[in-house]
Ligand binder design. Structure first.
Ligand SMILES: *Cc1c(COP(=O)(O)O)cnc(C)c1O
Length: 210
């Protein structure tokens, strides 16, 4: 029996336009830059699996979600690109994280240690991305000498890959970019200090689509 139609609104997603947008992003950033397709919250309601596949076949290199469950959904759909969880992942979920080969954003030693311990136990590696709070005031290390020491301590944990470091612009969608540039300066400066302390990353990421 057919379901009665109770809703009078729906969203119709044209994948060819998603492809067009993705190709334009690739053209703007150039061939050297990596692009991470953001498919948080079911790709902001657009359908995460379909969008993830469309991004990846049209120039995106990686994906990001907001929670482990969203990441697992993509893995179950046979997507094997690197996936980062931008939100908090509790240390208690380390086993699922590692077994699904998903990257975690970290901003505490406690969680990082839990991921490292589980990676050692499973004889696998865990890829971490350090969240840096340059002004969004949501998650991340506030750049300061203590934070350099804290990140270095995480980097020394066994079976940890320092895959990335990132920050989030709080006002990317407004015309005046003064504050975004200030945040970018803080982010770059922090990365320089970490490099000087011997901590480096495979990818440093901050730009968002606004
Ligand atoms: C959501 C998010 C992004 C992506 O934002 P878009 O506007 O979808 O490009 C980037 N960085 C972080 C940390 C985020 O949480």
């Amino acid at each position: 029996m057919e379901e009665p139609i109770l809703r009078r609104t729906w969203a119709e997603i044209h994948l060819d336009r998603i492809r067009y947008n993705q190709e334009n992003i690739r053209a703007i950033v150039g061939p050297e830059c990596k692009v991470m397709g953001i498919v948080k919250a079911d790709a902001y309601g657009h359908g995460a699996v379909m969008l993830a596949k469309t991004f990846l076949t049209n120039g995106a290199n990686r994906l990001a979600v907001s929670s482990l469950d969203e990441g697992v959904e993509l893995r179950q759909a046979k997507i094997d690109a690197p996936i980062l969880i931008l939100g908090h992942t509790a240390g208690e979920r380390a086993k699922e994280l590692i077994e699904n080969d998903i990257d975690a954003a970290v901003f505490t030693y406690t969680d990082s240690k839990a991921f490292s311990d589980m990676a050692v136990m499973l004889e696998r590696k865990v890829r971490l991305h350090i969240a840096v709070d340059t002004g969004m005031c949501r998650i991340g290390y506030v750049p300061c000498p203590d934070a350099v020491a804290a990140v270095k301590r995480i980097s020394e944990l066994p079976n940890v890959v320092m895959e990335g470091i990132f920050t989030h612009f709080s006002e990317a969608d407004i015309m005046d970019k003064t504050w975004a540039h200030e945040q970018y300066g803080r982010f770059s400066d922090f990365i320089e200090k970490l490099t000087a302390a011997g901590v480096t990353f495979n990818v440093c990421h901050c730009c968002n689509s606004a």
